[in-house]
Ligand binder design. Sequence first.
Ligand code: SF4
Length: 556
Amino acid sequence: MMDPIRLLFNSSNHLLVTSSDDGSYTLAQVEPEGRNWHVLSELQSAKGRQSILCALVSEECDVTGEWHTIDRLKDLTLSGDLRQVLQAIDEQLYRIPYLGMGENEYIYRFRTTKERNRSVYIDGQSEALYQSALCLAIKEARRTKEKSSGEPAVLDFGAVSYVIPSHFGFCLGVQNAIERAYETVAQHPNRRVFMLSELIHNPFVNEDLLARGLRYLQTDKGLPLRADGSIATSADDPTTLWNQLTEEDIVIIPAFGATNEDKARLIRRGLSIRENDATCMLVEKVWKAARRYAQEGYTVLIHGKSEHEETKATFSNSSSHGPALMLRNMEHARRLAEVIQAETSEKKALFEASFAGLYSKGFDPLKDLERIAVVNQTTLLRNETLTIIEYLRDVIACKYGESEVAEHLWSKGKGDTLCYATQVNQDALHKAVEQSIDAALVVGGKNSSNTYQLYRVCSERFGEAAHYIQSEDNLRSLDSVRHYIFPYNLTAAPATVEEDRPLFKQVVDKPRILLTGGASCPDGIIQQVIHRINSFFPSDQIRPVQEILAAFRSDT
Ligand code: SF4
């Protein structure tokens, strides 16, 4: 093995190079002492095999040479060595900002209550969006009322009551990402601040951030945006914001995380991404689980929607450690079972028919389905993932024998990677639906997966008396609720995406309405929904909020 090649990157992902007398650029000579070196890649040349090591240094560190972005270097005259090295590290670029991170370290840990900085995003402009005295009272009550903290709260306004699960709305990952976005915009008034894609799946939060100057680089489906907000059809379009990014710009990675490919694009442009990465630590936990499974020789199956940002990021991350495959639902699991059970000669065709575009590069269904492990998009219904794991377990037991299951299906953990914030909202809702309820309202963004899962729980219980809405604007009267039809598991877009429905199936005296919100639903919207429904009743039959709060507090 030849001496390693050593590369220095600074925190803005610029590479240290030196210029020669002929105007070309070459690798900088770097002293090995006093730095933390990490293996980034390997170079195979006529001279032999060489490791490529990388160390991160601060911009101010005392070195000889020039710092350049990878993209800028491509426009310069480079020595043969440097060109080869750039080629060799290209697929590993996404790792550079995170080199040296320990197994127990997280990119962005949840802030503690003390560290929270709500004042940065709650001001005169956004108060109605984020603040709710009613929601605050419910959340305080669950903290102080240990024994019955899982019970729903009942707010009795007289003519109408609301049953609100003990846990609903914003999760810690979302609060972290929101704070990060507002803080960054406030701290850098003279720089362009972008979010890779929507911060969270809530149009009101996103609109408030846009009004403060934040911009999105791409849609939630990964399509590149132009400065005027239009969608470009090609990533190569020079008018896209992606292609106009400069080193002065800031790009925040949202709670869903980002694909390795997107991270590499930002790194090539010389943007510092580590300090602006707001990936939720529970999403990162899934990535760590996937890495562990891959290291132990299991193919990672990701139960999630392939078009969702988080699933795309998890798939991209998992694929860098070993074979990975996305599974949408139970139907997909059944088709995968057919592939697992098929004769060798039929496997490839069967696999391609159902999973085209859903597997990692070089995936071989003949060998990569022999040992499997399941992770999931954090916001799905836990039971559904567990059902899929159980189902695949039976398929494997049938094929290899009961005693061989652990060898072929990861069985050491509890078997899913759902986030607990999603789980507590789901569990609290399960308790609330046991109550006597006349209608249920689930509030959240149209593309919010976890909101849809909450809606499913309600619709299974209350049928057409369960409604999926984005805000109080969807409530026109007691006879007209604009219900959103979530396109889950639909092979084609639904003919209509919204429909008008009466709030209640039949006229009821003093109705009880179950009300909850997804992980991206701000408290302020829940309170606005309550105000809107109250307005449909004679005002002299509705008790004032202060009275409700006082009664609620004395009860708890
Ligand atoms: S729903 Fe869970 S995984 Fe997603 S951002 Fe919130 S805490 Fe993180």
